[in-house]
Design a protein around this ligand. Structure first.
Ligand SMILES: *[C@@H]1O[C@H](CO)[C@@H](O)[C@H](O)[C@H]1NC(C)=O
Ligand SMILES: *[C@@H]1O[C@H](CO)[C@@H](O)[C@H](O)[C@H]1NC(C)=O
Ligand SMILES: *[C@@H]1O[C@H](CO)[C@@H](O)[C@H](O)[C@H]1NC(C)=O
Length: 479
């Protein structure tokens, strides 16, 4: 199984900014917190070659078409049903003449339905070198088609996994593109087949330079390709990559909620966190919404990367040995909250709140807790995070909202709409919350308070820990 280092750039989510150059050209930039905690400014220097705006012929006004994708790690879908994703009849998977019995069959169509119901327009199918992945990609496209959905798919080649040194290494990528170019659920943009990558900045495909190698692979004797890779290079060199139509993380902005990976030297040897405090992904969405006219695409990173704790979809794939920090840590509350932001990103308007909701997340153990039985050890950068509970409330009308955990308690008088709250955690405690409003009777007189409590089961912060688990425990009150 290959590694996914998605977090390296993508989870280090920063603040998008716009800068006007002396020539009067607007360029988009990203303040990215790097591995040392240093804030850097990264600029995408290729302005979008095609404007996402479409002129409305009647008004002459430009409408922005924003699309939201989610990064789907196909490498974690070995147990997904292969042949009958969309009719619910699961069967064993055939590969190279062998029938592989699926132990834990899962239908992928539910991923498509779920993502689509939250406003996500497409999955970026992160595909690596495993021999079974082409079949799984085929099943994803078939499932989307059978669902008769407008949901789209596109390939995101994982170049940390796929070989790309020799000219024949291009064959697999080209074959993928020709296979799906005409598929009704293939994402097309600007008339081209949308294609992305994870890495690929060192790929030569037998050529003498990377740009030419990619041009030969994607832009020669193929249906038109719209290429938005995630090359990890000095952004000042972006203009030399003429093969690119856009840049992943500026033109196509990533939104990532969390990052924690915990592999010892005996496995993948990566054990660190990135800082996700201060409602990171919510702040990220707000910035993207404010700049939605110049950021046509947002990509949620990730749908299912369990190993790096960045998933917002259900935990149902085959985990890359991440069970000890993933099981019991469902993140779909974040997906629900993202739906609110996705709607604003796509329409320019925050949706009307028709029901109070509260979303709460935190690590379950202090950052400096000792877990002597965990041989992997405390993750690097543990000191970047605070022992704090983060909450977001969506209110239909003003209310008093209380967060409580043991000795820590805080009540805030909040307006209608979205508010962000936090609570420091110090002692072992169970998390609870409540929304309180004075009741108003028919004659207008103010009565006693009406209280709605939300005490999510299992949300217990403890000052002793079985292991160094820095994953987030996420809950949401009912929709
Ligand atoms: C597929 O969806 C389209 C558009 O919603 C609809 O007109 C059509 O009848 C659907 N076809 C089937 C077979 O469900
Ligand atoms: C919460 O913890 C942070 C970090 O330790 C600290 O700066 C802040 O003052 C604390 N807030 C309260 C209300 O105690
Ligand atoms: C919040 O609590 C304060 C103090 O008890 C009260 O005056 C106020 O009316 C409450 N707000 C709402 C919206 O119920």
């Amino acid at each position: 199984m290959h590694l996914h280092f998605l977090g390296l750039l993508l989870a280090a989510v920063g603040l998008l900014c716009l800068v006007r150059t002396s020539e009067g050209i607007d360029i988009q930039g990203d303040f990215v917190q790097d591995i040392n905690g240093v804030i850097q400014v990264i600029f995408g220097v290729n302005p979008p070659q095609s404007s996402p705006d479409q002129s409305n012929p009647r008004t002459g006004k430009k409408t922005v078409v924003n699309l939201v994708f989610a990064h789907h790690i196909v490498g974690n879908t070995y147990n997904y049903d292969m042949n009958a994703w969309s009719d619910g009849k699961y069967s064993d998977f055939r590969h190279s003449g062998k029938v592989i019995r699926l132990v834990n069959k899962v239908a992928m169509d539910s991923d498509i339905k779920l993502a689509s119901s939250k406003g996500i327009d497409a999955f970026a199918l992160n595909v690596g070198r495993d021999a079974w992945e082409p079949d799984q990609i085929a099943n994803a496209y078939t499932a989307a088609e059978n669902l008769n959905t407008t949901f789209k798919l596109f390939l995101s080649f994982d170049m940390t996994s796929l070989p790309c040194e020799n000219v024949q290494d291009a064959d697999l990528l080209r074959q993928y593109i020709t296979t799906y170019a005409q598929h009704p659920n293939q994402l097309l943009y600007n008339g081209g087949v949308f294609v992305s990558t994870f890495a690929g900045e060192n790929c030569l495909f037998g050529s003498s330079n990377v740009n030419q190698g990619w041009l030969n692979t994607l832009k020669t004797d193929l249906p038109s390709v719209y290429f938005v890779p995630s090359f990890f290079v000095d952004p000042r060199t972006f203009p030399t990559y003429t093969v690119m139509d856009g840049i992943f993380n500026t033109y196509m902005a990533s939104v990532s909620p969390w990052f924690f990976t915990h592999y010892g030297i005996d496995t993948y040897n990566k054990n660190f966190i990135y800082r996700g405090d201060d409602w990171l992904f919510a702040q990220r969405w707000e910035i993207l919404i404010n700049h939605r006219r110049v950021v046509p695409f947002a990509e949620v990173v990730t749908w299912n990367d369990y190993g790096e704790s960045s998933y917002v979809g259900p935990i149902k794939g085959v985990q890359p040995m991440s069970e000890s920090w993933v099981n019991g840590f469902d993140h779909q509350g974040w997906l629900d909250l993202m739906q609110y932001y996705i709607s604003a990103f796509k329409t320019g308007r925050y949706p009307l709140i028709t029901k109070d909701r509260i979303f709460i997340w935190a690590r379950l153990y202090p950052r400096n807790v000792d877990a002597p039985n965990d041989h992997v050890g405390r993750p690097d950068h543990w000191e970047w995070t605070q022992d704090t509970l983060w909450a977001i409330v969506l209110l239909t009308s003003p209310a008093n909202v209380t967060l409580n955990c043991g000795p820590s308690t805080q009540t805030s008088s909040l307006p209608s709409g979205l508010s962000k709250l936090s609570l420091n955690l110090s002692e072992t405690c169970d998390v609870s919350s409540s929304i309180t409003r004075d009741s108003v009777s028919a004659d207008g007189s103010i009565g006693g308070p009406e209280v709605t409590t939300f005490s999510p089961p299992g949300f217990r912060y403890t000052t002793s820990a079985p292991s160094y688990n820095f994953n987030a425990f996420v809950v949401a009150s009912s929709a």
